[in-house]
Write a protein that binds this ligand. Structure first.
Ligand SMILES: Cc1ncc(COP(=O)(O)O)c(C=O)c1O
Length: 374
């Protein structure tokens, strides 16, 4: 069996032990004579699967009892609208724009009310998280002025390779975070947030599941807009245990397996230590390289998505093309930014990192006479 070194930004590498377990259970899930793919979501057997997934996630993140856990569909993108629909009661929320996905969320929210731009790093091509003291001062001023229903951040910016290393101080205003690409990469203090959500296809499982963790009181009154589709009404979804309609049964089953794998391999603190060791292998290499350079400010570096380039688009393309010969896949940067990106999510191993680092060093040695254009 030949497996490649997969640095995909998502859907992304899954732990091989999880894949093997899924293969084992494919024809006959634990003696019930059918696959999870064929199982009614109303069966006791399936209820155990979803309950177990939630319970494991609650243990991993120490989720307090006053937070609900949902497994919905529609990707993170549907929640760009779902969040204002549910939470924009006064019609005014603050957005920190740190990349493409935060920008999309900001634009979507503006359809439902006033989406106040609190800060943006667009001016420096999203190479950093804006100054936190400035963000905090702006939040305090807005909260004391016209008020904010919530403050929104995209905690890890998958395309640009940046991450919040500290959270904004929102006072009493609930913090809402898209944690899609840093979910389960590191410990997370759920109580700092009003709502957290993540597409599962990076660190938490298969595409097609969005995990939402939301504080009870924020959804107790139902959505902010009466015309909110039933599916997107978080109060109803919570009351129905994510089963208002047929959920992504198989996707949730895969999430449950990944949650267990994270727990069995030491939990989130151990995961963070391994992830920083992997990412720092590349960041150190980039700092010492004469050919490659990182594209983000050091204090804003992502734990999960390492972005870099040579400064020469043709050399970047040659690097990406040559990678395949070393069984290295998915290192091309996002089409919006070009260059290269290695996503080093939980299931990417140190061996994968060493293969990439060794290819980078060889490529650099071969092209060491090429000038760097910036
Ligand atoms: C941080 C972040 N938010 C949102 C999205 C959009 O997710 P989806 O494709 O699940 O809608 C992505 C996708 O890569 C992402 O990385």
């Amino acid at each position: 069996m030949a497996r490649v070194h997969n640095f995909s930004a998502g859907p992304a590498a899954l732990p091989t032990s999880v894949l093997a377990e899924i293969a084992d259970e494919m024809m006959d899930y634990r003696g019930c004579g059918m696959s999870v793919l064929e199982m009614s979501h109303r069966s006791n057997m399936y209820q155990q699967i979803i309950d177990d997934a939630e319970a494991t996630l609650r243990r991993l993140l120490s989720i307090p009892d006053n937070y609900r856990v949902l497994f919905l569909q529609g990707g993170a993108t549907l929640q760009f609208a779902g969040i204002p629909m549910n939470l924009m009661r006064r019609g005014r929320a603050g957005y920190v724009v740190t990349g493409n996905f935060a920008n999309k969320a900001h634009q979507e929210a503006a359809k439902y009310g006033e989406a106040v731009l609190l800060a943006s790093s667009e001016g420096t091509n999203f190479d950093r998280i804006p100054n936190m003291a400035d963000i905090n001062a702006r939040i305090a001023a807005e909260a004391a002025g016209k008020g904010l229903d919530y403050v929104y951040i995209c905690q890890n910016n998958t395309i640009f390779g940046t991450m919040f290393h500290e959270l904004p101080d929102c006072g009493d205003v609930p913090l809402v975070a898209d944690v899609s690409s840093c979910f389960l990469s590191q410990p997370l203090d759920v109580e700092r947030y009003g709502l957290i959500y993540a597409g599962a296809q990076k660190n938490a499982g298969a595409a097609g599941v969005t995990v939402i963790i939301v504080r009870d009181d924020l959804i107790a009154e139902g959505p902010a807009f009466a015309q909110t589709p039933q599916y997107m009404d978080l109060k109803t979804q919570a009351a129905k245990g994510s089963m208002l309609n047929t959920p992504n049964t198989f996707g949730i089953y895969v999430c449950g397996k990944v949650f267990r794998w994270v727990e069995q391999t030491g939990g989130l603190a151990a995961m963070a230590e391994r992830n920083w060791a992997k990412a720092n292998l590349l960041y150190d290499l980039l700092e010492n390289s004469v050919l490659f350079h990182g594209t983000t400010q050091a204090d804003s570096r992502s734990i999960a998505n390492v972005t870099f380039r040579t400064g020469d688009a043709e050399l970047d393309a040659a690097f990406v093309a040559g990678a395949a010969e070393h069984q290295i896949q998915n290192v091309k940067g996002h089409r919006l930014v070009g260059g290269m990106r290695a996503s080093v999510y939980n299931a990417v191993t140190m061996e994968d990192m060493q293969a990439l680092a060794s290819y980078m060093k060889d490529f650099e040695a071969q092209h060491s006479l090429s000038p760097r254009s910036n």
